[in-house]
Write a protein that binds this ligand. Structure first.
Ligand SMILES: *Cc1c(COP(=O)(O)O)cnc(C)c1O
Length: 358
């Protein structure tokens, strides 16, 4: 089976973990966590990075740091991983769903004013699905004009830039995930970035029981424990060193698939050409998805379906359409060019057999 997702760690991570463990450190977050945070700040250009235990709680912490209250409304795209929504409902925020655009499958901002209730709507959650986005500068301006916070769920966008800015740096807060399928991983893990000193300070306290340091009882605000570990950090530091190579390879993988699959009429590919874009998943769209997935499985090709929509409503026609047709093809760091060719050949064969040209 050609796997769809696979962890990608090597002897660099193994040796770093070994060296760390025999050095007599505390394992919980400390010096290496700070070093990992500094590397992310440097890479993204954000003033502050705070790592946490995953990319779901990171979003909840972002909402708390912005003082969002139970009952406050938050705009959420109808097509995203369920974590984006659940991070908001966990603290009683009221999601207001908005459809996505067909060009990027990200929040349709063309008529956003319509979804804003003055006094009630407090924030917009933008999700850069597969590293893509629409005009984020314009969205930030819109949010500023309407007194709304812009939070970027950039879990799938580590490494991706828009308008020379790393995704996650255009909103008030950006959030990343380092779970196994993401471009770099620490097993589990998440990070928040912001350019605002006050917000950064709050995030640091919220993830640490509401206090600034360790070992005291000075709880300045509400907080939970969402701390990282130095073991994850030493892995993350090695993964960061591999990031430029991974970005290059992801772009190559996309190009290889695109060149082969562009000629198949029954497959729709969203062509996005931003130079800063790092294709994280290889997503194709087609009718009769179930048949195709069965066929690919028989050929030893592991796939995933695009996310289900969050709300099934007639008016969300774009998210419904792409959600029901989307297939993610294998795109691991280990996939070979020959395997990509094989997958493309299987797809060509499938569509020739099932949709013969007349
Ligand atoms: C992966 C992901 C998350 C959740 O991150 P975890 O670290 O798995 O909690 C949230 N939002 C999006 C868009 C994701 O892809």
């Amino acid at each position: 089976m050609i796997p769809h997702t696979k962890p990608s760690f090597g002897k660099e991570e193994a040796e770093a973990c070994y060296d760390y463990m025999i050095s007599g450190n505390y394992v919980t977050e400390f010096k290496y966590t700070k070093q990992f945070e500094r590397m992310i700040e440097e890479f993204t250009g954000a003033k502050h990075c705070i790592v946490v235990n995953n990319g779901t709680i990171s979003l909840t912490i972002a909402f708390l740091a912005l003082d969002l209250q139970p009952g406050d409304e938050i705009i959420i795209p109808n097509l995203t991983m369920v974590a984006s929504l659940n991070a908001a409902t966990l603290i009683g925020l009221k999601p207001i769903f908005v459809d996505v655009t067909s060009s990027t499958l990200t929040l349709d901002t063309s008529d956003l004013q319509k979804f804003i209730t003055p006094g009630k709507t407090k924030a917009v959650l933008h999700v850069s699905l597969n590293g893509k986005c629409g005009n984020l500068n314009e969205l930030r301006e819109f949010c500023d004009l309407n007194n709304l916070y812009l939070i970027e769920d950039a879990a799938q966008s580590f490494g991706s830039f828009y308008d020379n800015k790393h995704l996650g740096t255009i909103g008030h807060i950006g959030s990343f995930s380092f779970s196994i399928p993401k471009i770099i991983s620490t097993g589990q893990g998440g990070a928040l970035i912001t350019n605002d000193d006050e917000i950064a300070d709050k995030i640091r306290k919220i993830k640490n029981f509401g206090r600034a340091g360790g070992g005291d009882h000075n709880y300045e605000m509400f907080g939970i424990n969402a701390k990282f570990t130095d073991i994850q950090a030493v892995i993350g530091i090695e993964q960061m060193k591999k990031l430029p190579e991974r970005i290059k390879r992801k772009k190559e993988i996309w190009k290889l698939y695109l060149d082969e699959l562009n000629t198949i009429d029954e497959i729709e590919i969203l062509n996005y050409t931003d130079d800063g874009w790092v294709p994280w998943v290889i997503d194709i769209y087609t009718e009769n998805r179930d048949d195709l997935l069965k066929y690919l499985k028989e050929k030893g090709i592991d796939t995933r379906e695009q996310y289900p929509v969050l709300r099934q409503l007639e008016k969300f026609s774009v998210s419904e359409y792409y959600s029901s047709r989307g297939v993610w093809l294998p795109a691991t760091m280990e996939i070979t060019n020959d395997e990509i060719k094989y997958i493309c050949n299987c797809l060509e064969k499938y569509f020739c057999e099932h949709f013969p040209q007349v």
